[in-house]
Design a binder for this molecule. Structure first.
Ligand SMILES: [Zn+2]
Length: 77
């Protein structure tokens, strides 16, 4: 029984969930300031720190529209 549990745990670790690839992040830019965006902690949106906007990722597709962007609260203040 213990062995079975170990196998399940290992399987979970082997599947890295990357909703947005690094290559895609390099291409994407904030539509407002054309600056760099980065993935937020929850990995459900792209953040532009300069504009303090969060562009939501819907079904693995980042929505880079100012109208769709949400206000981003920087946890660092
Ligand atoms: Zn911006």
């Amino acid at each position: 029984m213990i062995r079975e549990l170990e196998i399940v745990t290992q399987r979970d670790e082997e599947v890295p969930l990357m909703p947005i690839s690094k290559e895609l992040l390099d291409i994407l830019a904030c539509p407002k300031c054309k600056g760099d965006v980065f993935l937020n902690e929850k990995e459900d949106g792209l953040v532009c720190k300069r504009c303090r906007l969060l562009y939501p990722i819907k079904e693995e597709i980042p929505v880079m529209l100012i109208d769709e962007a949400l206000p981003y609260k920087d946890p660092e203040g």
